[in-house]
Design a protein around this ligand. Structure first.
Ligand code: SAM
Length: 247
C-alpha cells in the first residue's frame, strides 16, 4: 500500500518508522511518503495560512499550497503505483467517526493520501477541488479538538496498516480484538500465576478449550455492557445465544 501524508510538520510522522509499521515499511508492505506543505509555497516566509474571510479568530490554510501539494502527490504516486488516484483522507473533528470498520475498508485500498490541517482548518475549496479528482473522506478521531491532523494520521495509519496482510505476524491475533465483531476484548493474563497476591481466573488454567471460550465470551459481553452499552444495544439479537442473553 502506498501512503502519502502532507503536513507542515513532517517530523511529526517520524514514529511511523518504529515498531511494526516501521518494519512493514522496511519490508516493502507499506510505502510511506511524507511531504512538507511549505515546499509548495513561493514566498520568502513560506506562508501557508491567512486570515478568514468574514472575520473571526484564528487563521485558515490557504488553498494554493494545498492544490500544488495534492497535484504533486497524485503525479508522483501515479508514477509509482502505475496510475489511478489516491483515496484522500482529511482528518477533522467535523468528520465521520473513524472506526475499525472504516480502517478495514481503507486497508483494502492500494493508495491513500492524508492532508493534515492546522489552525482553523483548510480552505473549503481544496475539498471541493479534490472531490472532482479523487474520493475524499473527512474523518474524525473522536469528539474532541486536536491542534492538527498529524496525531490523527498517526492513529489512522497505524489502525489501517496493521490490517494489511503480513504486517502483524500472527493474523489470528486480529480476529478477537475489540471492535472486530461489535464486542470489546476479554481480559488477558500472563505469567506469573500469582502477582502481588492476585491470581488469575481458574478456568484459564483448566486446559478446557470449550470452557475457556465460554468464559471469554461471557467476559466480552460483560465488559461491553459495562463500558460501552451503546455497542451492546447495536448488536444483532440473532447473533446472541441463550447463554449470552443471561450474562
Ligand atoms: N476549527 C476546526 C473545527 O472546529 O472543526 C478545528 C481545527 S483544529 C484546531 C486543526 C486541525 O486539527 C484540523 O484541521 C484537523 O486536521 C485536526 N483535528 C482536530 N481535531 C481532530 C479530530 N478530532 N479528529 C481528526 N482531526 C482533528
Amino acid at each position: 500500500m502506498r501512503l502519502d501524508v502532507v503536513s507542515i510538520f513532517p517530523d511529526y510522522l517520524a514514529p511511523l518508522d518504529l515498531s511494526l509499521i516501521g518494519k512493514a515499511r522496511r519490508e516493502g508492505l507499506v510505502d510511506l511518503h511524507v511531504h512538507d506543505l511549505r515546499d509548495f509555497t513561493h514566498d520568502r516566509h513560506r506562508t501557508v495560512d491567512d486570515t478568514p474571510y468574514g472575520g473571526g479568530a484564528g487563521m485558515v490554510m490557504r488553498p494554493e499550497p494545498w492544490g500544488e501539494a495534492l497535484d504533486h502527490v497524485v503525479a508522483a504516486g501515479a508514477a509509482a503505483v502505475g496510475g489511478g488516484v489516491p483515496h484522500l483522507v482529511v482528518p477533522g473533528p467535523g468528520g465521520r467517526p473513524f472506526t475499525q470498520e472504516l480502517a478495514r475498508e481503507l486497508a483494502q485500498q492500494p493508495w491513500l493520501a492524508f492532508a493534515c490541517g492546522r489552525y482553523e482548518g483548510i480552505d473549503e475549496r481544496v475539498y471541493d477541488e479534490a472531490r472532482e479528482h479523487m474520493p475524499v473522506s473527512v474523518l474524525s478521531l473522536g469528539d474532541y479538538v486536536l491542534n492538527g491532523g498529524e496525531v490523527a494520521v498517526l492513529a489512522m495509519v497505524e489502525a489501517i496498516a496493521r490490517l494489511i496482510p503480513g504486517v502483524i505476524g500472527n493474523a489470528e491475533s486480529l480476529v478477537e480484538e475489540s471492535h472486530e465483531d461489535g464486542l470489546l476484548e476479554y481480559p488477558v493474563y500472563t505469567k506469573p500465576p500469582v502477582w502481588r497476591g492476585r491470581g488469575i481466573p481458574e478456568v484459564l488454567l483448566s486446559g478446557h478449550h470449550g470452557q475457556i471460550a465460554r468464559w471469554r465470551r461471557d467476559e466480552r459481553l460483560r465488559r461491553t455492557a459495562q463500558r460501552r452499552p451503546d455497542m451492546l444495544a447495536a448488536l444483532d439479537p440473532a447473533a446472541l445465544d441463550e447463554r449470552d442473553r443471561a450474562v
